[in-house]
Design a binder for this molecule. Structure first.
Ligand SMILES: Nc1ncnc2c1ncn2[C@@H]1O[C@H](COP(=O)(O)OP(=O)(O)OP(=O)(O)O)[C@@H](O)[C@H]1O
Ligand SMILES: [Mg+2]
Length: 271
């Protein structure tokens, strides 16, 4: 990529999606989705099970094809390997590492620095520096030589995120990183992600069912259920009744009694 291309890339937002529609197994999963994510934003993506959150992430990453619409990454509609290297992906099951795996935390994070051009060579000074920086950022210095299978759920989650940090990724997409971790780990993970935006200038798009947690941590929230039903400041995220209205859920009972509220809450939380 030329210097001019690089300057253009840095001026453009990490993500711009226009009128995106995606089908899976012949069914419409996403319809007319439009959104832009600017550099340094921490965006929470929420919605019911099957609402299309993972599908959106996989389409952004180029792993699923769209039926129509445009996805622009750093201003490029046909991203090169260099643009894709700016993306980091932590999948829904990333921290479910095999129980008998023999890999230290540091070795796991080193894997994040590998690409097709360097995988058969020794780790360079630059790779080692990136690994040390990621370990420090994720506060894993004291456990870096420990086997990953001996980590707590929260530490394991931070380790898989640190692996992405050791790559050259600036835009990090996370799918459900809060699942299976205790309250304390969840709070420290959210603080860590917030720091990545403010101190390391990363951009984050994070899927979660934990609306209360994501509302505390993110700057902006998107509610996705086939279409975008809400996109705005996290502080202004709609309450249950307003959300039901945005989702086209009609009241089942005449009065909005507590049973009805519980039903909506279960649907919303998806679990
Ligand atoms: N591999 C697949 N093949 C075909 N259809 C799929 C596949 N995976 C998901 N779908 C369908 O796509 C729709 C959206 O699924 P998706 O996984 O994107 O939802 P989600 O919002 O991530 O849900 P969850 O909160 O449960 O993770 C669902 O109707 C689902 O059945
Ligand atoms: Mg999903």
């Amino acid at each position: 990529m030329s210097t001019v291309d690089l300057m253009e890339t840095s001026k453009n937002p990490p993500l711009k999606v226009e009128k995106l529609s995606v089908n899976r197994s012949g069914q419409t999963v996403l319809e007319d989705v439009c959104l832009t994510i600017n550099e340094g934003e921490f965006v929470g993506l929420v919605g019911p099970n099957g609402g299309g959150k993972t599908t959106l992430l996989l389409t952004i990453l180029g792993l699923l094809k769209s039926r129509k619409g445009i996805i622009e990454l750093y201003g490029h509609t046909k991203p090169s390997g260099e643009i894709f290297r700016k993306l980091g992906w932590v999948s829904q099951h990333a921290s479910n590492l095999p129980k008998n795996i023999k890999l230290t935390v540091k070795e796991l994070i080193q894997l994040g620095t590998l690409n097709s051009g360097n995988m058969f060579w020794r780790y360079s000074t630059d790779q080692n520096e990136r690994v040390d920086r990621a370990i420090k950022l994720a506060d894993l210095e004291s456990v870096q030589d420990r086997n990953v299978s001996n980590l707590s759920g929260g530490q394991r989650q931070r380790a898989v995120i640190a692996r992405v940090l050791a790559s050259e990724a600036d835009f990090i997409l996370l799918d459900e990183p809060l699942v299976g971790i205790d309250r304390e780990s969840r709070n420290s993970l959210l603080k860590f992600l917030d720091q990545l935006c403010h101190e390391a200038q990363k951009t984050i798009l994070m899927v979660s069912h934990d609306i209360a947690a994501i509302q505390q941590a993110s700057h902006r929230m998107i509610f996705l259920e086939e279409k975008i039903r809400y996109d705005g400041a996290a502080d202004c995220f709609p309450g249950l009744a307003e959300l039901a209205n945005l989702r086209g859920i009609e009241p089942v009972h005449e009065s909005n009694n507590s049973e009805n509220m519980l039903y909506q809450l279960e649907n919303l939380e998806g679990k």
